[in-house]
Design a protein around this ligand. Structure first.
Ligand SMILES: *[C@@H]1O[C@H](CO)[C@@H](O)[C@H](O)[C@H]1NC(C)=O
Length: 229
C-alpha cells in the first residue's frame, strides 16, 4: 500500500514537473546556432545546430536596430524583429527582441504572440497600450487593461493575450520589446479572421460577429496589411 502511494506520488510529481516545463526547454549545451540544412549539423533541438567548431561571433550578432522602420503603410507602424530567423545564435535560448516604429496615430493592431510574453519599453513618443484577459472567471471575463506610456515607461503583455499599441502623439514613436521565445509568432486578429487563406466561411463569421454576411464579404475583400516584416 505504501509502495503504491509512493508510486502514485512520483507519477503526480512527474506530471506536474512536465507541466512546469511547458515553455521552451533550457539549453542542453552552451549554444546551438541554428542552421537551415542538416549538412555539418551536429545536434537537433528545435532547429539543427551548427557545428560548434564552425560557429563565429557573427552568429550571435545582428545590427540595424538603430534604423527606423518604414511606417508608410495603412497601419502606420512596422515591427522589425530580431528572433531566431534573423539571429541564429538565439536558437534554444527562449528570448527575442523587436523594434517597433509608429507614425503619428500609427497602430500596432490587436494581435497575440502564441509562444511569448512581451515586455515593452518606449524610447520616443506616447503610446496608448492595452491587453485583454481571457475569461478566467465570471467577474474577469475579457477585462481590458490599458495605460498611456511615455519614454522610459515599461509595460508587459502576458503570453497569448490580445494586445495593441496606438501612437496617440503628434510625433513618431519608437519602442523596443523583449519576448520570452526565440520564435514567439504573431497572430494579427483582423488578418487571421478576415484575411485567412482560403477565407473562413461567411456563414461562420456572420454568426460569430453577429453581422450581416455582406459586411463579412466586404471585410474579406479588403487587403489586410501585415506590419511584421
Ligand atoms: C516606404 O514605403 C513606401 C511604400 O511602400 C515607399 O513608397 C517608400 O519609398 C518607402 N520609403 C523608404 C525610405 O524606403
Amino acid at each position: 500500500m505504501a509502495l503504491k502511494s509512493l508510486v502514485l506520488t512520483i507519477a503526480i510529481m512527474a506530471v506536474l514537473s512536465s507541466m512546469s516545463h511547458a515553455g521552451e526547454p533550457s539549453p542542453l549545451q552552451d549554444f546551438c546556432v541554428a542552421v537551415d540544412d542538416a549538412k555539418n549539423a551536429v545536434f537537433v533541438n528545435g532547429k539543427f545546430c551548427k557545428n560548434p567548431m564552425q560557429v563565429v561571433a557573427d552568429d550571435f550578432f545582428e545590427s540595424g536596430l538603430n534604423v527606423p522602420g518604414n511606417t508608410s503603410n495603412p497601419l502606420g507602424s512596422v515591427v522589425t524583429p530580431v528572433n531566431v530567423n534573423q539571429l541564429p545564435g538565439l536558437n534554444t535560448f527562449g528570448v527575442s527582441l523587436v523594434r517597433i516604429d509608429y507614425a503619428p496615430y500609427g497602430l500596432n493592431p490587436p494581435h497575440t504572440h502564441p509562444r511569448g510574453t512581451e515586455v515593452l519599453t518606449v524610447f520616443e513618443g506616447t503610446l496608448y497600450v492595452g491587453f485583454v484577459l481571457s475569461n478566467p472567471g465570471p467577474n474577469m471575463k475579457n477585462k481590458l487593461f490599458t495605460k498611456i506610456l511615455h519614454p522610459g515607461d515599461v509595460f508587459v503583455f502576458p503570453i497569448g493575450l490580445i494586445h495593441f499599441q496606438f501612437n496617440v502623439g503628434k510625433t513618431n514613436a519608437v519602442a523596443f520589446a523583449g519576448l520570452s521565445s526565440q520564435n514567439p509568432g504573431t497572430i494579427t486578429i483582423a488578418n487571421a479572421v478576415f484575411g485567412s487563406d482560403p477565407p473562413i466561411s461567411d456563414d461562420v463569421l456572420a454568426k460569430a460577429f453577429q453581422i450581416d454576411k455582406k459586411v463579412v464579404d466586404y471585410l474579406q475583400s479588403q487587403f489586410w496589411w501585415d506590419n511584421n516584416i
